[in-house]
Design a protein around this ligand. Structure first.
Ligand code: UD1
Ligand code: UDP
Length: 373
């Protein structure tokens, strides 16, 4: 078992804390942590790995969220798991050796997360993992492997929900490394509530009054052409009932194009939306169909019915405390019909998960600061 490296004070070296971000959900989670540490006067650097690089997958989030422009962009880009992770490791090692950070903060469960944790641990740089302990118990998801490895390598594990503490304990993570801090993605949501303007979005994009919003990008849903065909049929059935608006993640773009998803007159395909527009779209939706992790959490707080096209979730509090339901492709239409009739909203618990109160970034900053003293 690793012991917290209190002998390496945070911020004592040249560049203090280094935040490693690379993919869309990372930016939303990092924003409140960077902001809270800035308020405490911490010396910090943002390293963008370049895992996501299109303006709509990356730069728009920095603009929308007031995140500082990354101090460096490693430009790693896309590739197989091996080639992308290898490029991340090589790029991050060079960066950490040059910068000698006092600590590295990593977010979520993407390849950039696990690569940064691995490099930092081997350089004996303390690692803090934001959103630790989530488990789907499904190793066919690359994210589950990334989560487990990252948590093993982390000196500080920041948990967003209580069940994470048990998962970490079961894997031998010492409780003194674990802090339940709430959910920084929800900090970002609550901090921007008055900027999600559904009416303005509806007018700008000429959206109908009632619609189902969809976003899908998990390999299990979008990588297989036959599966995409089946999902397209289901989404067309939903569109027979009500309009469907889908900002398409680049991963599934070509497959949904080939399957003719956009050929239905009531399906509206969009490029990926920026954060403010996407959450406005979610807020105005009669229901959301998704396989996104973050969207399950955002709909929980917004009270919008969320139908998650997955056999499992690492975020069960979104079911027990929120509007989330796991659905199969076969029962999707029925679930959407129920949602359109208001049944899911009625059944949902009216309490958000503990500590999803907009102050997680501050809690994380407080622990990091105290830890360094
Ligand atoms: C990654 C994460 C996933 C997360 C998702 C958030 C891993 C293993 N997966 O999946 O956990 O939910 O980000 O959106 O880290 N592409 C572009 N432009 C971009 C980025 C990607 O066109 O800016 C295309 C490329 O063809 C690329 C594909 O999308 O091959 C997949 O990108 P990648 O970062 O490998 O994985 P995601 O599916 O985005
Ligand atoms: N999101 C966005 N535009 C989109 C789709 C999602 O801004 O077109 C936001 C969403 O509100 C959430 C985050 O991106 O804050 C979730 O990222 P994603 O679904 O890509 O990854 P996951 O959470 O599944 O890892």
């Amino acid at each position: 078992m690793r012991v917290v490296a209190t002998s390496v004070p945070l911020g004592s070296r040249d560049t203090g804390i280094v935040h490693v971000v690379g993919a869309r959900p990372n930016f939303v989670k990092a924003a409140p942590v960077v902001s809270a540490l800035r308020a405490r006067g911490a010396h910090q650097t943002v390293v963008h790995t370049g895992q996501h690089y299109d303006d709509r997958m990356s730069a728009v989030f920095f603009r929308d969220l007031g995140l500082p422009t990354p101090d460096v962009d490693l430009g790693v880009g896309s590739g197989s798991h091996a080639s992308q992770t290898a490029a991340l490791i090589v790029g991050l090692e060079k960066e950490f050796v040059e910068r000698e950070p006092g600590a590295v903060v990593v977010y979520g469960d993407v390849n950039s997360t696990v690569a940064a944790a691995l490099v930092a641990a081997k350089l004996e740089i303390p690692v803090a993992h934001v959103e630790a302990g989530l488990r789907s118990f499904d190793n066919t998801m690359p994210e589950e492997i990334n989560r487990r490895v990252t948590d093993q390598l982390s000196d500080l594990c920041f948990a967003t929900s209580p069940e994470a503490i048990g998962h970490l304990a079961a894997e031998g993570v010492s409780p003194d490394r674990v802090h339940l801090v709430g959910n920084p993605m929800i900090d970002t949501l609550l901090g921007n509530l008055d900027r999600f303007d559904v009416d303005a979005l509806r007018e700008r994009l000429d959206l109908p009054e009632r619609y189902v919003a969809a976003t899908l990008h998990r390999p299990a849903n979008v990588d297989d052409a036959d599966n995409v065909e089946r999902l397209t049929d289901r989404l067309h059935e939903i569109a027979d009932l009500t309009d469907v608006v889908m900002p398409v993640h680049p991963r599934g773009e070509a497959a949904f194009e080939r399957s003719g998803l956009g050929d239905h007159p009531r399906v509206r395909l969009l490029a990926p939306l920026g954060y403010l527009d996407f959450v406005a779209l979610t807020r105005g939706a009669a229901a959301v169909v998704t396989d996104s992790g973050g969207v399950q959490e955002e709909t929980t707080v917004l009270g919008v019915p969320c139908l998650t096209l997955r056999p499992n979730t690492e975020r069960p509090v979104t079911i027990t405390h929120g509007t989330n339901q796991l659905v199969t492709e076969a029962d999707l239409l029925q679930a959407v019909t129920k949602a359109l009739h208001g049944h899911i909203r009625e059944q949902a618990a009216q309490t958000v998960p503990p500590l999803w109160d907009g102050r997680s970034g501050e809690r994380i900053a407080a622990v990091l600061t105290q830890w360094s003293e």
